[in-house]
Design a protein around this ligand. Structure first.
Ligand SMILES: Nc1nc2c(c(=O)[nH]1)N[C@H]1C(S)=C(S)[C@@H](COP(=O)(O)OP(=O)(O)OC[C@H]3O[C@@H](n4cnc5c(=O)[nH]c(N)nc54)[C@H](O)[C@@H]3O)O[C@H]1N2
Ligand SMILES: Nc1nc2c(c(=O)[nH]1)N[C@H]1C(S)=C(S)[C@@H](COP(=O)(O)OP(=O)(O)OC[C@H]3O[C@@H](n4cnc5c(=O)[nH]c(N)nc54)[C@H](O)[C@@H]3O)O[C@H]1N2
Ligand code: SF4
Ligand SMILES: [Mo]
Length: 636
């Protein structure tokens, strides 16, 4: 038995160091979290603890697969056959219809830095059509970029300087479990913890105060708290470092009923206002909260609270949403959206492909399952079915590979070799193969290189994964961090500071913070569809990658007062886009306006939430409004 060290590359803020026990036959037999990694601290989340079931699942793709005609079964083929067909089609589409007729779509299956080399290949070949916006963090990032000129966070250990920590719409237990030990330790030493979520998650038992506003009520809640902060007296004149302070006040005083709109008690507003007023207070903004029509405005309102209460630019303060996970590594100098001949909104991908002129003839999808994970699954499916050749680079079957013309098998996180930055801490890590790739499975770099050769672009991706890792670490090398260092364990980015915006200087055009000054309308429940359907992360899955396969009607969690039948009974969940059979799960911790499905259900499992969710962009950053689909439950 040997042990190997690698890094979890999943789309997760923690980016754990994994210890993999490998038997003499080269098979991984046990996964542990590294005890040496200061973030991982020796434990893994539920979904990755069970990853070996997925690693060795019988349905894993081990060979390139080809579908001879639409609707036929996939058949195994050789790499040469697959790559030759793909290259011919790419060259044909470019010659006949221009590179805009080719779509390259990459999502979060792995957050490895080398995955960007796929973008590089398609940019060199085209540039081709790419996505714009970001369904995941678009609205929140857009909000912080508008306010501060930058979306980044204080060091996570700077929380040790906070008197209060406000977990605003962030489900730490499920989505960022490695923040928990720190929060528990902080609580023991007297830091006040406050949670804000329309669902009373497990966090309610961790925090000192749990506030349960109405879903999407965060803007109103922030305004209620801002009003109270003004009464308590601001530590510093906001006009000295913020633009739009008069306009902000005008917006704030335009109505008196913010607290009622948010659906919270006066005492709850007081707790939040006091925590911010006394400071230092850090606000941890969840990534989910902004996946609403006015999600960007909600995050901007929270940013404003930190500014008014004097919690910016000081230790223990800050509004932490995202860490710039790529910043320490060298950039590939991609032209991205500016170079692309055309872009499609990621949120509205299905509709935009269907309406595209010139039409999309070829699509390359990697590290993503857009049919299941983008809103309007059936529209995305129909759009991708209409493409002449759909190529999907994957490890396992999904709703997207179910309609692919070719599936190219690639490495899992235990076989891959890459560099990882984190979006929940400032550490840098390296992944290296803990086990060999089975069958005909290939590292993605090999796939791109083989394709490049056949496209006459042989030289552009030359090098081994390790050489590419070194190439992306030249700045780090100059700062004294080598690849060998990362291979031994995590290294904190030498470029990341502890505290942001010291001296209250902001990288905005005016150098000042930009206060939001237009209130968004509050979504009103609709008479026919009084509930809001939302699918939040579940501990059992990483998006559509389940630890244990699921089948049967998905569970719909709903407040007993909003359920049409007894607990455990089947019912129909209906939206304007369709209906789904569900099993009711009464849960009085869920806000009565919500009905919850697990995130990541697939059409092929009969439980895809996105089949019922309309594709609508958020106010900022091209995010997806995933959490506000008007819905109703009817007896089965
Ligand atoms: N187990 C597991 N972990 C995951 C993932 C997964 O699929 N499974 N996905 C990963 C991905 S892709 C990402 S982007 C990250 C973060 O992804 P998420 O899991 O999406 O992030 P959270 O920040 O926990 O956001 C969800 C929380 O926001 C709350 N929320 C929803 N609407 C509102 C609102 O209007 N106001 C407030 N205040 N709260 C609201 C929900 O009730 C929930 O508790 O997590 C990653 N972690
Ligand atoms: N209703 C609803 N929908 C949502 C969300 C929600 O909260 N509610 N959350 C949204 C969010 S935050 C996100 S980030 C997206 C996630 O959307 P996706 O990124 O599309 O999610 P996954 O289902 O994880 O799909 C990734 C695929 O990549 C494969 N894969 C794993 N490793 C590799 C690799 O190294 N290379 C390649 N080529 N493939 C690999 C996996 O097997 C998996 O099938 O979903 C969004 N969709
Ligand atoms: S998914 Fe997240 S919490 Fe789980 S092992 Fe990977 S990095 Fe750690
Ligand atoms: Mo995400």
């Amino acid at each position: 038995m040997t042990t190997r060290l690698t890094t979890c590359s999943r789309d997760c803020p923690d980016t754990c160091s994994l210890v993999v026990e490998v038997d003499s036959a080269g098979r991984a037999v046990k996964l542990r979290g590294s005890a040496q990694d200061p973030v991982t601290q020796g434990f893994l989340c539920e979904r990755t603890s069970r990853f070996l079931d997925r690693q060795y699942a019988p349905d894993r793709f081990l060979q390139p697969m080809w579908r001879p005609s639409k609707g036929a079964e996939l058949e195994p083929v050789s790499w040469d056959f697959a790559l030759q067909r793909i290259a011919e089609k790419l060259l044909q589409c470019r010659a006949e219809s221009g590179p805009a007729s080719i779509l390259h779509y990459r999502s979060g299956g792995s957050l490895g830095l080398l995955k960007q080399l796929s973008d590089l290949l398609f940019e060199k070949f085209g540039p081709v059509t790419v996505k714009r916006g970001d369904i995941c963090s678009g609205a929140g990032e857009g909000a912080q970029e508008a306010d501060f000129g930058l979306c980044d966070s204080h060091d996570h250990l700077d929380l040790q300087n906070s008197r209060s920590v406000i977990l605003w719409g962030k489900n730490v237990h499920t989505s960022a479990p490695h923040l928990l030990p720190l929060l528990v330790a902080l609580k023991q030493k007297g830091t006040r913890l406050i949670g804000i979520d329309p669902v009373r998650t497990r966090q309610a038992s961790l925090v000192d105060h749990f506030v349960q506003p109405r879903p999407g009520g965060d803007f109103a809640l922030a305004m209620a708290v801002a009003g109270r902060l003004l009464q308590l007296g601001l530590p510093r004149d906001p006009a000295s470092f913020c633009d739009f302070w008069p306009e902000f006040q005008e917006m704030l005083y335009a109505r008196q009923d913010w607290r009622e709109l948010a659906g919270v008690a006066e005492a709850e507003v007081e707790v939040l206002a006091q925590a911010l007023h006394q400071g230092p207070a850090n606000i941890q903004v969840g990534w989910g909260m902004a996946r609403r029509q006015f999600g960007g405005a909600n995050v901007r309102a929270v940013d404003a609270l930190a500014a008014l209460s004097g919690n910016l630019g000081r230790p223990g303060g800050g509004v932490s949403y995202y860490y710039q996970r790529r910043a320490a590594f060298d950039s590939l100098g991609l032209g991205g959206l500016e170079a692309a001949p055309r872009s499609f909104s990621e949120t509205c991908l299905g509709q935009e492909i269907l309406q595209a002129d010139p039409p999309v003839r070829f699509a390359w999808i990697t590290a993503g399952n857009p049919v299941s994970m983008l809103p309007e699954s059936q529209t995305v499916r129909k759009a991708l079915l209409g493409v002449e050749m759909l190529v999907v680079v994957e490890t396992h079957p999904t709703d997207t590979t179910d309609i692919a013309d070719l599936v190219l098998p690639t490495c899992t996180l235990l076989e891959d070799e890459d560099l990882l930055g984190a979006y929940g801490n400032h550490y840098l890590r390296s992944s290296q193969p803990a086990v060999e790739a089975p069958g005909e499975v290939r590292h993605e770099l090999w796939i791109w290189q083989q394709l490049a050769l056949r496209l006459g672009l042989g030289e552009c991706l030359e090098g081994t994964p390790r050489q590419w890792k070194e190439r992306m670490m030249t700045r780090l090398g100059q700062a004294g961090v080598s690849l060998e260092d990362l291979e031994k364990g995590p290294v904190r980015s030498p470029f990341a500071g502890q505290v942001l915006f010291e001296g209250l200087r902001f990288p905005t055009p005016s150098g000042r913070m930009q206060l939001i000054h237009q209130a968004p309308p509050l979504p009103e429940p609709e008479a026919d569809y009084p509930l809001q359907l939302a699918a939040f992360s579940t501990p059992k899955a990483q998006a559509s990658q389940w630890a244990v396969p699921v089948s049967g009607p998905p569970e719909a969690r709903v407040h007993p007062d909003s359920a049409p039948g007894p607990d455990g009974q089947e019912a129909y969940l209906e939206t304007r886009r369709g209906r789904l059979k569900v099993r009711l799960r009464h849960d009085d911790q869920v806000h009565p306006m919500l009905v919850l499905l697990p995130k990541g259900g697939m059409l092929r499992q009969g439980g895809c939430a996105n089949e019922l969710i309309q594709a609508r962009e958020t106010d900022l950053g091209g995010g997806a409004n995933y959490y506000e689909e008007p819905a109703r439950l009817v007896p089965a």
